[in-house]
Design a protein around this ligand. Structure first.
Ligand code: IMP
Length: 176
């Protein structure tokens, strides 16, 4: 086990199998249309590329970069767009690709921002969903895995920018 990690939560095989299932569901939903996947840098990049490879309708991709400002207690706070999309999404079928929806604050902000740009449709697909920590409701159409309240890393998710490249998802050791 890599230093700092407690245990593997989801193996590479489990993730791959589930992503194929979700990609099939996405394909069904958008059959006959062109889909734009919007990834949120940097966490969702690994998931977006894995998912996109198994989607069977024409796909475009674009990325958003965000900065979060926690409040003084370390609680989730404001989010702003630090790097905007390259292209317009007007009249397009858009799927926002998230690594994890936790409190939902980030996703809700992004949804509101994107909705204001006139897409034909706007949905959410997330690798991980932690509904036990939800503060605001967000409509998650497609989720790969529901997880408990433990900090996880790997498959794009980081702790202090590390671990993103792990091909599996692991639980981080609690700080001593
Ligand atoms: P939310 O606004 O609370 O839903 O936070 C979503 C963001 O918090 C995600 O996009 C991640 O960047 C980060 N995050 C939340 N939980 C975890 C975790 O367990 N591991 C790594 N990053 C996390």
């Amino acid at each position: 086990m890599i230093e700092g990690l407690e245990r593997i939560l989801l193996t590479e095989e489990q993730i791959d199998e589930r992503i194929r299932e979700v990609a099939a569901a996405v394909t069904e939903r958008y059959r006959g249309r062109t889909l734009k996947l919007i990834g949120v840098l940097k966490g969702s990049v690994f998931f977006l590329t894995a998912l996109a490879r198994h989607i069977q309708v024409p796909v475009k991709i674009d990325f958003l970069g965000i900065s979060s400002f926690g409040n003084r207690n370390g609680a989730p706070g404001l989010v702003r767009i630090a790097r905007d999309l390259d292209d317009t999404i007007e009249s397009e079928d858009v799927l926002l690709v998230e690594d994890i929806v936790d409190t939902g604050l980030t996703t809700r902000y992004l949804l509101q921002t994107l909705a204001g740009r006139g897409p034909h449709s706007l949905g959410i697909v997330t690798l991980l969903d932690r509904t036990c920590r939800r503060i605001v409701e967000v409509p998650v159409e497609f989720r790969c895995f529901e997880i408990d309240d433990r900090f996880v890393v790997g498959f794009g998710l980081d702790h202090k920018q590390l671990y993103r490249n792990l091909p599996y998802l692991a639980v981080l050791k609690p700080p001593v």
